[in-house]
Design a protein around this ligand. Structure first.
Ligand code: AGP
Length: 367
């Protein structure tokens, strides 16, 4: 059954390995002839999407990181404002919600107390509410106008993995749904959908990096701190990588947008502070490489997940793992998987309780 580990040592590893199938499941029934079927959100969806002028995303933890990725996508591909905030802050301040606001909540469980409270707090002051959620019939889904299920199946490990990547796919579909009203042409829609359809095969390929990543994990077992760097939509991916490492290996980890390095965190960098960087093939690569030079010059050991071979070469103090070529829009999803594996293997080496880390609950249903 779905709540058994089978051949896997931990639920977390099983859930990481389920991701190619989960990518299939979240797309299933949402696409016809290369086109998004927006009825998947509910019968009112079309009429509501027509009126959306901006998006306010509210979530906690890993789901919040998915929301941060969506901000990059929505502002780039739809061209409307998108705000993202953690639910525990949003619910307790007098928020400004301009006319035409779609409140988008993200939650694996659909029962997170702060996210639910945020929804209840503002639902009468927004155009409509949309929940992207993994649990059908959860409170969040029942209380929202529209919903899209992520179809990831039960997630047992406290550290969220497949729920996050499936949320990202659901968010890209939502970007397309909104984009149609704001000049995203049919050709671009086809291109994005075609990219999403490559995900199952791409994630299978990424799982083949498990061996090299396990080897890499040995460098972290004795460390007390780690810094994660990313730029653009991979900044939230770096945040998610840092959260995973904190949660299950108890190593203190922070994520920074690489451009912020000079504004403070560079002072922390020395040989005991490993730096993990996500380096996709894009226009920001040269900037990121300059940031990595700064780290190297301070004796910081670098662990780079790179999107192309010509970009970064391994050398003394620079470990590189290359990802397969992929359409750039998939970067946040693809770069997540190796970071999940890295934190998993570090936790196993440290002998922590991977599926049930200390002090944490799978879903935070009380404040
Ligand atoms: C993720 O690894 C965490 N365990 C946690 O941050 C989680 O994402 C958060 O509590 C939100 O949960 P939800 O998606 O069920 O609302």
């Amino acid at each position: 059954g779905s709540a058994e580990k089978g051949e896997f040592r931990h639920f977390m590893l099983k859930e990481i390995y389920e991701q190619p199938r989960v990518m299939q499941a979240v797309l299933e029934g949402r696409i016809a002839s290369g086109h998004l079927l927006e009825q998947a959100y509910g019968s009112e969806a079309g009429a509501i999407f027509d009126q959306v002028k901006q998006v306010q995303i509210v979530a906690c933890g890993t789901s919040y990181h998915a929301g941060m990725v969506a901000k990059y996508w929505i502002e780039e591909l739809v061209g409307i404002p998108c705000m993202v905030e953690v639910a525990s802050e949003f619910r307790y301040r007098p928020v400004v919600l301009p006319e035409g606001t779609l409140l988008l909540t993200l939650s694996q469980s659909g029962e997170t107390a702060d996210t639910l409270a945020a929804l209840r707090e503002v639902k009468d002051r927004v155009l409509a509410t949309l929940a992207i959620c993994n649990v059908p019939g959860s409170s969040l889904v029942r209380e929202s106008d529209l919903s899209l299920m992520t179809n990831a199946g039960p997630e047992i490990g406290v550290a969220s993995t497949k729920a996050f990547t499936s949320q990202l796919v659901a968010l890209m579909l939502t970007t397309i749904a909104l984009g149609r009203r704001h000049g995203l042409d049919t050709e671009k829609e086809f291109e994005l959908i075609a990219a999403l359809q490559q995900l199952p095969a791409l994630l299978e390929q990424l799982l083949e990096l498990d061996g090299p990543i396990e080897e890499m994990s040995a460098h972290f077992a004795e460390k007390h701190h780690a810094l994660f760097l990313g730029r653009n939509s991979l900044y939230p991916v770096a945040m998610e990588g840092a959260l995973k490492l904190k949660e299950i290996s108890y190593i203190h980890a922070e994520a920074y947008p690489a451009g912020e390095l000079k504004h403070g965190p560079l002072a922390l960098v020395d040989k005991d502070m490993p730096v993990i960087a996500v380096a996709p093939r894009n226009g920001m690569l040269d900037k990121l490489k300059a940031n990595l030079q700064e780290v190297r010059a301070r004796g910081g050991e670098l662990f780079v997940f790179a999107g192309c071979e010509e970009s970064i070469q391994p050398q003394e103090g620079i470990h590189v793992i290359y990802l397969p070529a992929m359409p750039p829009v998939l970067d946040p999803i693809a770069f997540t998987l190796p970071l999940q594996l890295l934190s998993y293997h570090v936790a196993v080496l440290k002998g922590t309780d991977v599926d049930q880390p200390r002090n944490l609950a799978k879903s935070v249903t009380v404040e």
